[in-house]
Design a protein. Structure first.
Length: 363
């Protein structure tokens, strides 16, 4: 392979710019990945673009359309391998070839087996010089949900737990209890803005009557998933009445009917020992194009996910207060199965971010 006309630092800078562009599609492109593209000619950026919305033009198309001069002989810096299949849009490989791009820098290969490596092969066979692997880890981390969804058929699962210093998640099942402070609340709203859906159980929905929307930061609202096995929740809850985001109710297939009295959709799933089969639920949510889910439920539902190793990432917010009489304790045992990835201070609270160990070993 011939060497590029640009040095490593320049390439990394352009890829960093493409990654920042890709983030602008957050909340609008799923189940597609976040993708950004920068077109450079004679060392100057002549066009930029990103995938803006599901079903619309890809990043490469938008970048070329935004070029302020002819892209013939230019270089493309794109975060994810250009697609080579006909779907809702034409193949981006054809677009790059037809517009005379003569070298392409790629952050990460596309894990989709219909594309993985094939897009690169098509570009190289056309005479385009291709270089890949620039900030690939950054790209894959940004698209954790998409990568897992494509590779396993399941969404990326984040559990959010707010606890006291003695591990309590609240006082009891009947009372809403604020544990952490305003900075933690703001951070958790930012977390909501990064996922396709936020999920709670019927106990949390009834006790807290949450909106599950993004209010403390700029961002789009995720879908709201309510696990109500026997359909016992009252119909005046915020998630049913505020019209601020789509609400999906997960119920037992033994309790399902087509009653449309609520402002939501029902998805029936299998029941095991009187409880929702969480794996069946995740498969059905993935089939809906949901690639990432944030669990904000109580300990019982979190434990049911953890018992099947279905939690990929944990955001643990700890406040400097105690609830010695609490009935609701953090159910997770953060032993050898988890790796601490980040620690930060949010006001008087501490945030720790963990990932499941086997996932970290794959990085």
């Amino acid at each position: 392979m011939n060497s590029s006309r640009y040095n490593h630092d320049f390439i990394v800078n352009m890829m960093e710019r493409a990654i920042e562009l890709s983030k602008r599609g957050r909340g609008k492109v799923s189940p597609n990945p976040l993708v950004g593209c920068v077109i450079v000619k004679d060392g100057e950026i002549i066009g930029e673009g990103y995938h803006e919305e599901f079903g619309t033009a890809h990043a490469e198309k938008n970048a070329i359309d935004n070029c302020n001069t002819d892209p013939l002989g230019a270089s493309a810096f794109v975060t994810l391998e250009p697609c080579c299949i006909h779907s809702k849009t034409p193949p981006c490989t054809d677009l790059l070839i037809d517009n005379g791009i003569d070298e392409v820098f790629i952050g990460s290969k596309d894990p989709n087996p219909d594309i993985n490596g094939k897009g690169i092969d098509i570009l190289e066979k056309s005479g385009i010089k291709v270089y890949h692997g620039f900030l690939g880890d950054n790209v894959s981390k940004l698209n954790k949900g998409f990568f897992k969804w494509v590779q396993t058929g399941l969404p990326w699962i984040i559990a959010k737990i707010a606890q006291s210093s003695d591990g309590a998640m609240g006082v009891n099942n009947e009372t809403q209890t604020w544990i952490t402070g305003e900075e933690s609340k703001k951070n958790s709203h930012y977390l909501r803005s990064k996922v396709d859906a936020v999920l709670v159980g019927s106990g949390t929905a009834k006790a807290d009557n949450p909106k599950l929307t993004v209010r403390e930061v700029d961002g789009l609202n995720p879908k709201r998933i309510i696990v109500d096995t026997n359909r016992t929740l009252p119909i005046d809850l915020n998630v049913y009445s505020d019209n601020e985001a789509e609400t999906i109710v997960i119920c037992s297939n033994q309790k399902f009917d087509k009653n449309k009295t609520l402002n939501c959709r029902f998805i029936p799933v299998k029941e095991v020992d009187g409880r929702i089969d969480v794996l069946d639920m995740l498969l059905k949510l993935a089939n809906e194009g949901i690639t990432s889910v944030l669990i904000e439920s109580g300990p019982e539902l979190i434990k049911s996910f953890d018992s099947q190793n279905l939690i990929d990432e944990l955001y643990l917010y700890t406040a400097q207060i105690d609830f010695p009489e609490s009935e609701l304790m953090n159910p997770l045992n953060l032993g050898d199965n988890w790796v601490l990835k980040k620690t930060s201070v949010l006001g008087d609270d501490e945030l720790q971010v963990f990932e499941r160990k086997e996932l970290c070993l794959q990085e």
